[in-house]
Ligand binder design. Structure first.
Ligand code: SF4
Length: 218
């Protein structure tokens, strides 16, 4: 099963300052799943090292700008992300680097201007925003640092892998009913009755798994 991951988390020193932020625990996931590393900013040919970019609120709108010359980069990065998603239609989950304007899930700061550290609030990075509505589970790496959360995340991935690899929904349900009951006794029963409705089953299963992932957040 394919899992996308912000490339800087697995041995690609692609941060704007080339800092190594890779995590051993995430690299180990590569033994059980096919990790697909991706960096929106390097794919948009911004290079390493590069000038940092940030969201800035101006004239009532929010813009993604290069700090050195205020060059707008949203469209360029968005194109790189869409090309990547088109070339990788089988991603089932994505692990994203927190706080990055390209990768953070609702954790990228919206600054008051290009050079001060004052900010208004936080917003979604380009990549997670474009992952919405594609049936891809998303999580930020910072919630997987605790051993308990990491274990739970791996269990969720195993359920997902079972779902996409098992030919029969009845067999899948029998294999994972204990986990499904743990996620929601009510929905486990409903799913048991719905193994002949694949689209309903998938929708509910992804809702349950995504709800469980959200609970990893403090
Ligand atoms: S754009 Fe994303 S993948 Fe690339 S270096 Fe920044 S956080 Fe990492």
């Amino acid at each position: 099963m394919k899992i996308g991951i912000s490339a800087c988390l697995v041995d690609y020193p692609y941060r704007y300052n080339a800092e190594d932020v890779s995590l051993e625990s995430l690299k180990l996931l590569g033994r059980e799943f096919e990790l697909v590393p991706f960096c929106p900013e390097v794919s948009a040919n911004l290079g390493v090292p590069r000038e940092p970019i940030r969201f800035v609120k101006r004239n009532g709108g929010v813009y993604l700008l290069r700090t050195s010359d205020a060059r707008p980069l949203y469209g360029r990065i968005k194109r790189a992300v869409l090309n990547f998603l088109k070339a990788n239609p089988e991603l089932r989950a994505f692990i994203l680097k927190s706080k990055s304007p390209s990768c953070g899930i609702a954790s990228a700061k919206v600054y008051k201007n290009l050079h001060s550290e004052e900010y208004y609030g936080r917003t979604w990075g380009i990549l997670p925003k474009l992952l919405k509505g594609r049936n891809i589970l998303i999580v930020e790496e910072r919630y997987l640092l605790k051993e308990r959360n990491y274990r739970e995340f791996k269990e969720i991935l195993q359920v997902l892998k079972g779902f996409y690899s098992e030919k029969s929904l009845s067999i899948f349900h029998r294999r994972f009913c204990r986990k499904l009951r743990e996620l929601s006794p009510y929905w486990e029963k409903e799913l048991r009755k719905s193994t002949d409705s694949p689209s309903f089953y998938k929708k509910v299963l992804l809702m349950l798994l995504s709800r469980r992932l959200n609970k990893l957040y403090p």
